[in-house]
Design a protein around this ligand. Structure first.
Ligand SMILES: [Zn+2]
Length: 497
């Protein structure tokens, strides 16, 4: 018998301290696919939707898929945008009823105006339509701030197990396979949640070095899944720090067959590792002077570039992506052969594009969104050496096969420094982002990237060294700097030792 499966996704990681509202245009600029556009763009990719369509083929599901929307991390999703997208989902689901199951790839750290727990709200409306018996499966980003509401409204929750996130496909696949078993009546899954009072934990979920709190946690998870009767999947979330909502922080979600107190006990036992490892991190941020000192070090030929992650201004974490402090310091220090990816500045991008390849332009670059964080605009004169629509196909291990866009953009050549000046805020996550401007990233002396974790999948293997700088952006790890009002207290590291 062929099941009808309803699937939709709205994904956003919301930096509630960002002054940049997330509108419908923010989703349209990033990824906003409706109906048949979704399989066209997503079949064959290693993103969640790639798994959804592969499972649909395997199990002969009749699919209803009205919307796949993603926006770059930024401020709260506006009520208009949220209600508009929910309207599409609710409308399509109402028209499709009855359905046998629901599969929702979500992020888990979205905040909308009026809804601290935006994913909980999506689940509430979907549950109200399908009733209590139709299984709902959710896959989450590892940086979800999971809630009791999500746990009680969903029957199955899976989470990525890698940072950089190279297993989006696998997380959705696990959710979909459990959904199939639930639709067949083989299992009756429930979700149990446990958390600890920590703003962000488990080394932010990093797994790439092969050691650290998250790697240890996943070993416990593997053992528990093998040994604990009835356990179907365990999701571990590192949490997303820059969100002023009561439930911000790491959590463990145990999906088990039936309703048993043992699942909650297991979640609590695993969550203890969140607490005991709260102060352990595999990376740290360097002050600017130390960063520049390392940038001055001479490298042997063929050693690969020095990777500088401009951590606190990373659009992928909610940063403005137009901070200038790092560029300013590199120019002042006279560092040679640097490529900066990217500075989001639509005004400057338009000036360069209007002038065209070969022209010399003077621009006041960056620092426009909120110059209190990351630096004021910087006056630069240089040559336009390449222009692009900013669209790139990811070939590295992060979201392989999917398309990203930096928007209309150009490469500004200052002589010793080249800068990608882009229309949209975009993190660096794939070498193709440099190649579309004719830059060979492997050959640069230094790549200065608005990035935190995901770029490590494609860039670290060819780099001579990776360092992170604190350039004063809004993704600061000094949490005491933020004006918290909604966060639950007491919490580590603000109140608890
Ligand atoms: Zn994440």
């Amino acid at each position: 018998m062929a099941f009808t499966v309803f699937s939709a996704s709205v994904m956003h990681e919301t930096h509630t301290f960002s002054i940049t509202p997330t509108t419908l245009a923010s989703f349209e600029a990033c990824e906003y696919l409706k109906g048949d556009e979704i399989p066209k763009a997503m079949r064959g990719t290693r993103a969640e939707w790639g798994a959804v369509f592969d499972l649909a083929d395997e199990f002969k599901w009749k699919m209803v898929h009205p919307l796949a929307a993603v926006a770059q991390p930024s401020g709260k999703v506006t009520a208009d945008a949220f209600e508009h997208m929910l309207g599409i989902i609710v409308g399509a689901l109402t028209a499709a009823l009855p359905v046998d199951g629901v599969l929702l790839p979500l992020h888990g750290a979205m905040v909308a105006d009026g809804h601290d727990d935006a994913e909980g709200e999506i689940l509430k409306r979907v549950r109200a339509l399908v009733g209590p018996k139709v299984p709902i499966a959710v896959s989450l980003d590892l940086h979800a701030n999971a809630t009791e509401e999500m746990a009680s409204l969903a029957d199955i929750v899976t989470t990525y197990r890698t940072t950089p996130h190279t297993d989006m496909y696998e997380a959705a696949e696990r959710a979909g396979r459990l959904l199939q078993r639930a639709m067949k009546g083989e299992i009756r899954p429930t979700v149990s949640l446990a958390n600890r009072p920590v703003i962000s934990g488990l080394d932010r979920g990093r797994t790439i070095s092969g050691y650290g709190p998250m790697v240890e946690m996943l070993a416990f998870v593997k053992a528990a899944e093998a040994e604990e009767p009835g356990v179907l999947d365990i999701g571990v979330n590192a949490g997303y720090a820059w969100s002023d909502v009561p439930f911000t922080g790491p959590s463990v979600l145990v999906t088990g067959d039936g309703r048993r107190p043992a699942y909650k006990a297991l979640a609590e036992r695993l969550a203890e590792h969140i607490w005991t490892t709260r102060a352990r991190n595999t990376i740290g941020l360097l002050p600017m002077e130390e960063t520049i000192a390392i940038a001055r070090e001479r490298a042997p030929a063929g050693a690969g570039p020095l990777l500088i992650g401009d951590y606190t201004d990373n659009p992928g974490g909610g940063g403005h992506g137009d901070g200038t402090n790092l560029i300013r310091a590199l120019i002042e220090a006279g560092i040679e052969d640097v490529v900066v990816g990217t500075i989001a500045d639509p005004e400057s991008a338009a000036i360069g594009l209007r002038a065209g390849v070969g022209a010399t332009v003077s621009i006041d670059l960056g620092g426009k969104i909120d110059p209190r964080f990351g630096g004021t605009p910087i006056r630069l004169t240089g040559k336009v050496v390449a222009v692009s629509d900013g669209i790139y196909l990811r070939k590295g291990k992060y979201a392989t096969g999917t398309t990203g866009t930096m928007g209309p953009s150009f490469l500004l050549d200052l002589g010793s420094i080249r800068i990608i000046v882009a229309t949209y805020r975009t993190q660096i996550d794939d070498r193709e982002q440099f190649r579309i401007y004719g830059v060979e990233p492997e050959k640069a002396n230094i790549l200065a990237c608005k990035a935190m974790n995901h770029f490590r999948a494609d860039f670290e293997p060819m780099a001579r060294k990776l360092i992170y700088v604190d350039s004063g952006g809004i993704c600061s790890l000094d949490y005491a700097k933020f004006p918290w009002t909604r966060l639950r207290r007491p919490i580590w590291p603000l109140d608890l030792p």
